[in-house]
Design a protein around this ligand. Structure first.
Ligand SMILES: Cc1ncc(COP(=O)(O)O)c(C=O)c1O
Length: 421
């Protein structure tokens, strides 16, 4: 028999094995100063393109004031206990009602965290006889929720209608045998590449197949749709989403999340969501803070307008300068370049140190080998000056990538990586 920790001593995991080269810089970087379009990284000001503060609320003076007042009034303990037992309050209910009305649903229920809430909601919605059909590029919280499922599950090719239909057919056959139902899960916006889930077409498939649609709209809430109700509203199918999910971690710039659906479904989930039944209620300061943020989403459409002005300026500027931004249909702005992981590291270092531009890199295995994805999140707090400077920087790094500068600079990293492969 082996010591449980043996494997940990030998293998740090697919990301952990690069800790020595990457930690503190490419992963676990420390961005300092107030959350904004320009923050400090290693003592130097950088334009920040990696923070999901879409509407610029994180450091908005009105939000900061309400957060501070709520913290002073309630502290961080209140209320104590799970919602069902002793952690329920009028303000939790008020926030739920306002969230439900904002996303045009009958009812809503608060979750402490988006990730855990998604896992738990999937768990509560399905029993062993049911079948789950979901996008192969789903967020980790969907994958982990599906992992809890004791029945059958099928992935479909990313946003591929033919594959969705084929898997609905397979799921239908099984559900007919087991006597179960089908849950189809999509994201409203896929957070890496920015494509919207094909909700309109998926909803059309309801004419042919019997399934319920669950949408994780983390990136669509507050950014898409006429009233900010998300990807479903944008595509004109909000009413056909059976269960809607969004987190507070992006447009609302906070912590917490919610699900919304018909009253009867939320009433069921209230009594069956293990992540909420067996965990302390969402803190009051977060509830009060979310009420303020939601009011601002409702009453300050200029925040979303400014966001989209910046999204369009950045995305058009990149395209005009010949950059490949893939097939994004949202604020998420990916820039695809060709290169190895060591080249990507040298490139990002150059961007940060010499151009003062901070964005995240995504490489294999999240995207195919040989591609580098620079993932940018424009927000309402960016300026056209930020965008102009970034476009100049991007043209410079592309030239250096193409003339082999990063290949030369990264030779030692390449050698170190080869020894770890
Ligand atoms: C698509 C998606 N779902 C769920 C989550 C998890 O939300 P939270 O940060 O509230 O746990 C995220 C990330 O924040 C996300 O991008």
């Amino acid at each position: 028999m082996r010591d449980l920790f043996d494997k940990i001593y030998k293998d740090k995991g697919p990301l952990g094995k690069w800790a020595e080269q990457a930690e503190g810089y490419f992963v676990f970087p420390k961005l300092e100063g107030p959350i904004s379009n320009r923050m400090k990284f290693r003592g130097k000001k950088v334009i920040t393109w990696s923070i999901n503060d879409y509407l610029g609320l994180a450091n908005h003076p009105e939000v900061r004031k309400v957060d501070a007042e709520a913290a002073a009034e309630y502290g961080s303990a209140y209320p104590m206990g799970a919602r069902m037992m002793s952690g329920h309050t009028q303000l939790h209910e008020k926030l739920q009602d306002e969230l439900a009305s904002f996303v045009h649903k009958q009812s809503a229920y608060l979750l402490n965290f988006g990730y855990q809430g998604m896992v738990s909601t999937i768990d509560a919605l399905v029993s062993k006889q049911d079948v789950i059909v979901y996008d192969v590029d789903a967020h980790a919280c969907i994958i982990d929720g599906v992992r809890l499922h004791l029945g059958q599950r099928f992935t479909y090719k990313h946003n591929d209608l033919e594959s969705i239909e084929k898997n609905l057919q397979r799921a239908t056959k099984i559900a007919e045998q087991t006597g179960g139902g089908i849950l189809l899960i999509s994201e409203g916006v896929f957070g890496m590449r920015g494509e919207q889930g094909r909700l309109k077409e998926i909803v059309e498939l309801k004419q042919k197949y019997n399934f319920r649609l669950f949408v994780d709209d983390a990136h669509g809430f507050g950014t898409l749709g006429k009233t900010g109700a998300g990807a479903g509203e944008e595509q004109g199918v909000q009413d056909d989403i059976d269960v809607y999910f969004a987190t507070f971690a992006k447009s609302l710039a906070s912590t917490g999340a919610f699900i919304a659906a018909d009253k009867e479904i939320i009433d069921y989930l209230k009594y069956n969501l293990r992540s909420q039944m067996f965990a302390k209620s969402l803190q009051m300061q977060l509830v009060v803070g979310a009420l303020k943020r939601l009011e601002m989403l409702r009453t300050m459409p200029e925040l979303k307008d400014k966001l989209w002005e910046n999204v369009n300026a950045l995305q058009n500027g990149l395209k005009e300068n010949g950059f490949d931004i893939g097939t994004t249909q949202s604020c998420v702005t990916p820039v695809y370049l060709k290169g190895s992981i060591p080249e990507a590291m040298a490139l990002v270092k150059d961007l940060r140190e010499n151009h003062g531009v901070f964005c995240s890199i995504v490489v294999y295995p999240v995207i195919p080998k040989g591609l580098i994805l620079l993932r940018m999140i424009p927000t309402a707090s960016h300026t056209l000056q930020d965008i102009e400077e970034t476009l100049v920087a991007f043209s410079a790094i592309r030239e250096r990538l193409e003339n082999g500068t990063y290949k030369r600079l990264s030779a030692s990293v390449s050698a170190a990586m080869a020894s770890k492969e």
